[in-house]
Ligand binder design. Sequence first.
Ligand SMILES: [Zn+2]
Length: 73
Amino acid sequence: MARKCPLTTTAAGYLLGILDPQEHAEYDRHAGMCAPCRREIEELAPVVRLLKAIKADHAASNGQAGWSAPRDV
Ligand SMILES: [Zn+2]
């Protein structure tokens, strides 16, 4: 039974680039030594690439940078 590293949840943020530079560097180093995290990164990479493509497409068609949640007026 494979033990899962609690830090695998950080993989998504790492790939999305939303971590602090320090967190990013730490996780980068951690993933180098942690097989579950490396696997998580490999599994999430295509999904994150897809999300980024959708986001870029959305921003382009919207004429706005970033994506903001719909706001109630
Ligand atoms: Zn790990």
